[in-house]
Design a protein around this ligand. Structure first.
Ligand code: 1AG
Length: 138
């Protein structure tokens, strides 16, 4: 059965985020603030439909999509670019391609045990993040 990404996830590690942000043209002051924060992901999945919210003290970001349906993404509050974005599910991996000004841009999410993995790519940079599931009270 395909994984259910739904839940609340807290960042536990973040590798090469600075160079990923550099490849998106994020200024030094913003990068230095962004490096310090540990965002939370809140994912709501129902069938092929997803809402992913990335929450932090610095910025919040929300994206909503249906698997296999390209949409217009505006990375408002991040690098403020427009992309034609497509997300598909391949062997348990959510694969996102963000077509636009930046080459080789996209991300991948997958689950391993209680960990949600995220690889963010832009040009020749790959940022690797891990989030851990927040257990809900019963
Ligand atoms: C995302 O995750 C959004 C994740 O698409 C944002 C990742 C990197 C941010 C890109 C550029 C940085 C620009 C400004 C820095 C300011 C804040 C950094 C903290 C960002 C929190 C919102 C992929 C997927 C679905 O989970 O969106």
């Amino acid at each position: 059965a395909p994984p259910d990404f739904s839940g609340t996830w807290n960042m536990v590690s973040n590798e090469n985020f600075d160079r990923y942000m550099q490849s998106l043209g994020i200024d030094l002051i913003t990068r230095n603030l962004a490096k310090l924060i540990k965002p939370q992901k809140i994912i709501e999945q129902s069938g092929d439909s997803f809402v992913i919210r990335t929450l932090s003290s610095l910025r919040n970001y929300r994206v909503q999509f249906t698997l296999g349906q390209e949409f217009d993404e505006d990375t408002k509050g991040l690098d403020n670019r427009k992309c034609k974005t497509l997300v598909t599910l391949d062997n348990g991996h959510l694969i996102c391609v963000q077509k636009g000004e930046k080459k080789n841009r996209g991300w991948k999410h997958w689950i391993n045990g209680d960990d949600l993995h995220l690889e963010l790519s832009c040009e020749d940079q790959v940022c690797k993040q891990v989030y851990r599931r927040v257990q809900e009270a019963c």
